[in-house]
Design a protein around this ligand. Structure first.
Ligand SMILES: O=c1nc[nH]c2c1ncn2[C@H]1C[C@H](O)[C@@H](COP(=O)(O)OP(=O)(O)OP(=O)(O)O)O1
Ligand SMILES: [Mg+2]
Length: 202
């Protein structure tokens, strides 16, 4: 495993909610973040059907374009009663001609569960795959998971994406109701970051 040895890391995401969480997670280790958007890097098309495949596309595109190591996060929610959907397509379910609409996507998700009469609790996992890529093509992969359930109605406005309908195991609040930095200590992203830090920063 290759060690990352700098006080600044390029993060290949165009999602502001994710970026804030990642910046906070890295701050703990004295690492500042540069976002791909700030460097004018384009958002690559995510053509793979796995989290790791799409994280690799994003991380390697940014590393190649800049000559710097780059970190990408591909994530999503997998719902048991929907055979793991939306999964890799979590962001796609929110796409509209006007941009992403997560409220619409959450309605769609719940309506689908209702139409299938899915039993309660509606078990689900948030997953996060991190890829740290170097310009020479080498990379490291780390995966995190947070089990929980999809709930309705939507609750809370603290987070981003599908946070208002995801209640993590062991809590009676949704990610959307949780203090953002508390979420950031227990989430799928935090789980993957713990492994990244163990593998590459220490
Ligand atoms: O902690 C989370 N809390 C709520 N929702 C979340 C979370 N983590 C991922 N999600 C959802 C929304 C996101 O849109 C999609 C991931 O899609 P994904 O392609 O990995 O990210 P993205 O397109 O938003 O940004 P980018 O690819 O530039 O990193 O899953
Ligand atoms: Mg994306």
């Amino acid at each position: 495993m290759r060690r990352f040895d700098s006080d600044r890391l390029l993060v290949a995401t165009h999602n502001r909610g994710k970026l804030e969480e990642i910046a906070k997670l890295l701050e703990t280790f004295g690492i500042a973040v540069t976002a791909a958007g700030e460097m004018g890097l384009p958002e690559p098309v995510e053509t793979e059907s796995t989290f790791v495949g799409n994280a690799r596309i994003k991380a390697h595109a940014a590393a190649k374009a800049t000559g710097l190591p780059a970190l990408a996060d591909d994530s999503g929610i997998s719902i048991d009663a929907l055979d793991g959907a939306p999964g890799v397509y979590t962001a796609d379910w929110a796409e509209t001609p006007q941009g992403r609409d997560f409220v619409m996507a959450m309605h769609k998700t719940w309506a689908l569960l209702e139409s299938q009469d899915a039993p309660l609790p509606r078990l689900a996992q948030f997953r996060c795959t991190l890829v740290l890529a170097w310009p020479d093509g080498h990379d490291e992969v780390f995966e995190g998971v947070m089990p929980g359930q999809v709930v309705w109605p939507m609750r809370g406005d603290q987070g981003h994406g599908y946070d208002p309908i995801f209640q993590p195991d062991g809590f009676d609040v949704t990610f959307g109701e949780m203090d953002r930095w508390q979420k950031n200590q227990i989430s799928h992203r935090a789980d993957a970051f713990r492994k990244l830090v163990q593998g590459c920063f220490t």
